[in-house]
Design a protein around this ligand. Structure first.
Ligand SMILES: Nc1nc2c(ncn2[C@@H]2O[C@H](COP(=O)(O)OP(=O)(O)O)[C@@H](O)[C@H]2O)c(=O)[nH]1
Ligand SMILES: [Mg+2]
Length: 320
């Protein structure tokens, strides 16, 4: 990476932007240095999380929402995360086709991301790409992610407003409650409202919100928006609701609070990643890693005591 990517990205080069993102996806050390240079230029984008089970209409809705936002003259960055789709998988292609008309709009930048090699790699890459798009100057960034099961992308740690999509007839609400996902929503979206059962789902969510309030009172009313994403119905409503949420966060000081918390968590994650990387490297280089198994098999140690000793040798002050 001999050219100055930071300067080019800040200058509006889409080519440099795409390349930098690829380097970040590959966990390139130099790309991280560029990210650091870009950091002072971040913080101005508004970040929307669109989450929900597979097939609930997230991509369709993201496309429609982008159209509505573009009509106001705002620029949009889209990061579509699908851990289940391989690099060239069908879902990726599907997203591209559905969002096809948007891809010719210079005010829209779309990036689809799939599973990366290392554990947590996708989560890190997603956050990094959002930061780069922020520095690039996108007014709004939409992150689409499957929020069910072992999803490694924690959308709450990325987004300012989280929209949770539910659809009638799937028993989805129950599933979401079990997964603790209802708690992360700022806005509930009942998509596929053209299907039977939308009213029932609406009532279920309302009940759930009421129950939740007993434990955690919230000043934000947790609105429910009904949409038919395929027809573009309710999307304008959704955008207005997102703007109201933004307004609420800004006026109450909660936007700053939320972002400060995210920065704290992000710093912890970087410490975790870097410490792990350094220790792994040293253990591999010194050949120590190969010996650990032998030692444990001989009955001298166990992985827990070994880990403790290693950490202690690195951080003598560490109380473990
Ligand atoms: N009937 C109906 N189908 C929809 C609606 N929104 C999306 N779909 C369809 O649901 C399927 C999955 O949509 P997609 O956007 O790929 O969902 P994702 O997996 O959550 O991104 C597609 O066939 C869409 O055309 C809707 O409001 N009503
Ligand atoms: Mg999708």
């Amino acid at each position: 990476m001999e050219v100055n990517y930071a300067e080019k990205v800040l200058g509006g080069s889409i080519r440099a932007l795409s390349r930098l993102i690829s380097y970040l996806e590959d966990e390139d050390e130099e790309a991280y240095a560029v990210l650091e240079m870009l950091y002072p230029f971040t913080g101005t984008s508004y970040i929307i999380g669109i989450t929900g089970s597979h097939g609930t209409g997230k991509s369709t809705l993201t496309g429609r929402l982008t159209h509505v936002i573009r009509r106001e003259g705002l620029t949009v960055g889209i990061v579509a995360v699908d851990p289940s789709s391989p690099f060239t998988g069908g879902a990726l292609l599907g997203d591209r086709i559905r969002m096809g008309e948007l891809s010719t709009d210079p005010g829209v930048f779309i990036r689809s991301m799939a599973t990366r090699g290392s554990l947590g790699g996708l989560a890190r890459a997603t956050r990094d790409v959002v930061k780069v798009l922020d520095a690039f100057g996108k007014d709004v960034i939409i992150v689409e992610t499957v929020g069910v099961g072992q999803d490694e992308v924690d959308i709450v740690s990325i987004a300012d407003s989280v929209c949770l999509l539910l659809v009638p007839g799937l028993g989805d609400a129950i599933q979401m409650m079990k997964a603790g996902l209802m708690e992360i929503a700022d806005i509930f979206v009942v998509n596929k409202a053209d299907r039977p059962g939308a009213d029932q789902l609406n009532a279920e969510i309302r009940m759930r919100i009421k129950q939740g309030e007993q434990f955690k009172p919230t000043e934000w009313g947790l609105p429910i928006v009904e949409t038919i994403a395929v027809d573009g119905k309710g999307i304008e409503d959704l955008w207005q609701t997102i703007k109201q949420h933004r307004n609420f966060l800004e006026k109450s000081g909660k936007l700053i609070e939320r972002r400060q918390e995210q920065i704290g968590q992000e710093t912890l994650r970087v410490i975790h990643e870097q410490l792990f990387r350094v220790i792994r490297q040293r253990l591999q280089d010194s050949g120590h890693l190969d010996c650990i198994g032998q030692e444990v098999m001989k009955g001298k140690h166990n992985p827990y005591s070994t880990a403790r000793e290693i950490i202690k040798s690195w951080l003598p002050a560490c109380p473990i």
